[in-house]
Design a protein around this ligand. Structure first.
Ligand code: PGA
Length: 898
């Protein structure tokens, strides 16, 4: 275990933390009263002293015991706000940011390997980099809290600029104090359950406030760096309203609404930008040369206002505005907030709008040096139209393969084609599905009755087909199949798409057409191992080969969380790496580009950690400029909460993709072979240690359910979807998110490390291990995450949860195994990385974590007490509220908990 001296919390070097912490103290005193302030301060300093080894273990408990229930709630809120403000202060200092993670540095680094800008540009011409936002329920904070926090961040920027007043003349310190007072008085917990519509609204605010303005600004920056205008390869994707795996509340109406709202936001944004441009482009024919293209647009606009007769740019913009307003009306279903005075034909597709804007830009470029055209508001608008189209973000569909199987079974039965499809073996299924895909006749008819599930699935593919007609094919291009484990899982989806005309049978030499790509999500260790052979068999079907060749690429999604829950941290990480590597030649043989979609969350047990390092650690040849990655829950606010932070993170993702695609492999083939063999061995022993504990230990399920706040977490109102797919309490059936989340709360964080200790111990060649840890980016990244998790976990605190376990003897034995595993992992990690304590080489993160720990400990202790009372049958609603607040506060302090 780490020695007490090494965990001494530092006196923070971060002046913002001291500044904001002091204001928070004042706010607590003014609004919560002197007594609460003194109690909070007492517990805080006792906890800090305790962590420094100054007092005995009982001091913190004494302070906590003196708290009444009401005070407990206020106290937890105070600690939560402190953590929130500390996060803010750290984000400003770039504690979590990766150094040199910008495109310019990546290009320089590539140049040092002899890879020039042309190679970078060639890659970008076929690149696609997409963070995909999902509604995965791990964000515990309400949006109102996050908004207050962001306002404080904006005010702090004014402070940085040396200002003492806000733009409205308010004293800056007072304005900050006022925001913190608002935070203090804002209820942190949701009273109402979230609906899908809330999630749709929530994600839209990120598009409106951040992505719509930020992406064009980033492209403008990259254009300067590259010296030419790069294509629009960076997009933002969305799952909210399309991901119905285990969420019965996502149906056709939600899909339609998500797309309509997205269109409203995108086109509304362009209308505003055009309006502003109309005011700006006051060039007169008397003073400027105006080319024919612009004059033609002006003529066609129908703008006959006498005051604008010599202002063709303004007239052209009015005409474009009128057409775009008509587009808005047709697609969104009502007038835009600022309707056009003129009549115009709706644009059929974003490309047509772009063409008109480019005509205007070229007109301006003819004047002077062209700076007016590429930069400025018009340049940004053109970029936004290219990037966001009329649909804002590609919305993915997702459903579980079990559901597809049931629906296809019913469709085939009702149509009289096959009585029991589900009873067929894989060969027979494939043969039947291929026969059906070769025929244009749909299976479903309006005149048949279907189960609710089948009707709902048919309605959603129909909604997708309608959306393609309204917004264009870019609005939905992927259909993700959860728990994919066979070729028939993919074909079933193609068959369902065919029901709505989204799969068209080939004719003669013309291949079949799939307007939406069926994408398998491989998410258990066994499925990851089988992935290359499944894809090879899929590509081996002539109709699929035709579709894939025509499209030029195929996506495969790989799931970090479920593979982790299935096989433990190391084995999951290694299987993902191996699967990606083995898939690359399969794609090469099929003559199509591979696009991997990484399904990861914020916590290490779900693939979290630095994306910059993770992308670079991908096996060579598996990125090639194309990558999609899920971003969810608290990660969305952390990475994209403000424009500055979003720019930094999108830069990091892009530069990591460039490096992963183009930088030569850092290790020799010989080392690669040695390291692979070693990892196979490590992974094998980590796997059996993990499986043995989690799936092979009598009473483990009960231990987990009683030790951690899993039951309490399931009651949190943080997402629209249920915590489990089924009613079963088996660990296999529990969703990965609550699994990881509850282990974090109890500070065990088992999914982030368990299994590694025994693997380290069993691995004999320690010198080889040290060598690997030093020069192999895969292992560096995996160990860096492991290290962070170990630093945040604390089995001393976890032991306080042990009394919650009913069978003390069995529970104690399991806990001892976990504790030994932790120690072995800790020692093995230090030995492999040559450090004398955790995070020795990462002082920023070290300080950040050690500063938080004393704030988290009292929260854990309170959580245990409240859980005891709650489970003991006390029904005071403040107890449940206290537990939920503590979950909220611990998650905030740990940052990547879910
Ligand atoms: P899923 O996500 O359960 O929706 O597949 C898992 C995760 O993100 O952890």
């Amino acid at each position: 275990m780490a020695t007490p001296a090494s965990t001494t919390p530092p006196v923070t070097q971060n002046p913002d933390i001291r500044y904001l912490g002091r204001i928070l103290g004042d706010v607590i005193r003014s609004y919560g009263g002197d007594r609460l302030y003194r109690q909070t301060e007492y517990i805080r300093s006792a906890s800090v002293d305790r962590a420094r080894g100054i007092h005995g273990a009982d001091v913190v408990d004494t302070g906590l015991e003196a708290l009444s229930l009401d005070d407990t709630l206020s106290f937890v809120r105070g600690f939560m706000l402190f953590s929130m403000l500390a996060n803010l202060a750290e984000d400003r200092q770039g504690v979590a940011a990766d150094p040199d993670a910008d495109v310019e540095s990546a290009i320089e680094r590539l140049a040092s390997h002899g890879i020039d800008r042309d190679a970078v540009l060639a890659l970008l011409n076929n690149a696609l980099i997409v963070p995909v936002l999902t509604a995965h329920p791990t964000e515990v904070r309400r949006k109102s809290m996050i908004d207050h926090k962001n306002r404080i961040a904006d005010l702090m920027l004014l402070k940085d600029a040396g200002r003492s007043e806000t733009d409205d003349g308010e004293d800056l310190d007072e304005a900050i104090a006022r925001q913190i007072a608002l935070l203090w008085q804002t209820r942190p917990l949701r009273r109402q359950k979230l609906f899908v519509q809330d999630e749709i609204d929530n994600v839209l605010t990120y598009f409106q406030d951040v992505f719509l303005p930020v992406l064009p600004a980033l492209y403008a920056r990259w254009e300067r760096v590259l010296g030419v205008r790069p294509p629009s390869f960076l997009r933002v994707g969305n799952w909210i309203g399309g991901d119905r795996d285990g969420n019965p509340f996502v149906q056709a109406p939600q899909l339609r609404s998500a797309l309509a709202r997205g269109c409203e936001a995108a086109v509304g944004y362009y209308l505003d930008a055009l309006h502003a441009l109309g005011a700006e482009l006051s060039l007169s024919t008397e003073l400027a040369h105006v080319p024919d293209g612009v004059l033609a647009l002006a003529e066609a606009s129908g703008d006959t206002s006498p005051s604008r007769q010599d202002e063709p740019y303004r007239r052209a913009i009015s005409g474009i505005y009128a057409r775009l307003a008509a587009t808005y009306r047709t697609m969104v279903g009502h007038e835009p907030p600022r309707p056009s005075r003129l009549k115009g034909e709706p644009y059929a597709q974003p490309g047509d709008l772009r063409r008109d804007l480019v005509t205007v830009a070229q007109g301006l470029a003819g004047e002077g040096d062209g700076a007016l055209a590429t930069g400025g508001a018009l340049g940004r608008l053109i970029r936004a139209v290219e990037t966001f189209g009329f649909h804002l973000a590609t919305l993915d569909m997702r459903q579980n393969s079990d559901v597809h199987e049931r629906v296809v079974t019913e469709l085939l039965k009702v149509a009289g084609v096959q009585d029991d499809y589900a009873a067929l073996d894989e060969y027979a299924r494939i043969a039947l599905l291929r026969r059906e895909l070769a025929s244009n006749r749909p299976l479903g008819t309006r005149f048949s009755e279907y189960s609710e599930e089948t009707a709902s699935e048919l309605a959603i593919v129909q909604a997708a087909a309608d959306a393609h007609r309204i917004y264009g094919p870019g609005c939905i291009s992927h259909y993700i199949i959860s728990k994919a484990e066979s070729v028939s899982d993919l074909l079933e989806v193609n068959l369902l798409l065919k029901e709505a005309g989204l799969w068209r049978t080939g004719k003669g030499d013309a291949p079949a057409q799939a307007a939406i790509m069926a994408v398998p999500l491989f998410e258990t260790i066994a499925d990851l191992e089988a992935a290359p052979s499944i894809m090879a068999a899929y590509f081996g079907l002539p109709e699929i080969a035709g579709v894939v060749r025509e499209r030029g690429h195929q996506e495969v999604m790989i799931g970090y969380s479920d593979s982790n829950k299935d096989g433990g941290y190391m084995t999951s990480t290694w299987s993902l790496y191996q699967a990606s590597k083995a898939l690359a030649p399969v794609f090469e043989r099929a003559g199509t580009a591979m696009q991997l979609f990484h399904g990861r969350g914020g916590a290490v047990g779900r693939g979290g950690g630095s994306s910059f390092a993770a992308i670079q650690a991908q096996p060579k040849g598996t990125v090639q400029g194309r990558i999609r990655i899920t971003e969810q829950g608290e990660v969305i606010a952390a990475k994209f909460g403000t424009r500055d932070v979003a720019m930094t993170n999108l830069e990091a993702m892009t530069s990591a993709t460039l490096l992963a695609s183009l930088e030569p492999q850092g290790i020799s083939d010989r080392d690669a072979a040695r390291f692979t063999a070693a990892m196979d061995e490590l992974s094998k022993s980590a796997f059996s240690a993990y499986r043995d504990l989690v799936y092979g230990t009598e009473g483990f399920k009960e231990f987990f359910r009683q030790l951690t706040p899993i039951q309490e977490i399931s009651g949190l109102k943080i997402g629209s979807r249920p915590a489990s797919r089924t009613k079963s309490t088996r660990i296999e059936d529990l969703r990965a998110i609550p699994w990881v989340f509850s282990w974090s709360q109890a500070r065990v964080m088992l999914p982030g490390w368990y299994g590694m200790g025994l693997a380290f111990e069993a691995f004999r060649d320690k010198a080889l291990l040290a060598d690997m840890a030093q020069c192999w980016s895969f292992l560096q990244s995996a160990l860096a995450n492991l290290e962070m998790v170990l630093a945040k976990s604390d089995l001393g605190i976890a032991a306080h949860y042990l009394p919650l376990v009913e069978d003390q003897a069995a529970g104690g034995a399991i806990f001892d195994r976990i504790r030994q595993g932790w120690e072995l992992t800790h020692d093995g990690l230090l030995a492999a990385t040559g450090q004398s304590r955790l995070l020795e080489r990462n002082p920023k993160l070290d300080e950040s974590i050690r500063l938080r720990l004393p704030y988290i400990e009292p929260l854990n202790l309170l959580q245990v007490e409240l859980m005891k009372r709650h489970r003991g049958g006390e029904d005071d609603p403040r107890i449940k509220e206290g537990i939920e607040l503590s979950i909220n506060a611990i998650a905030t302090a740990l940052r990547n908990s879910g």
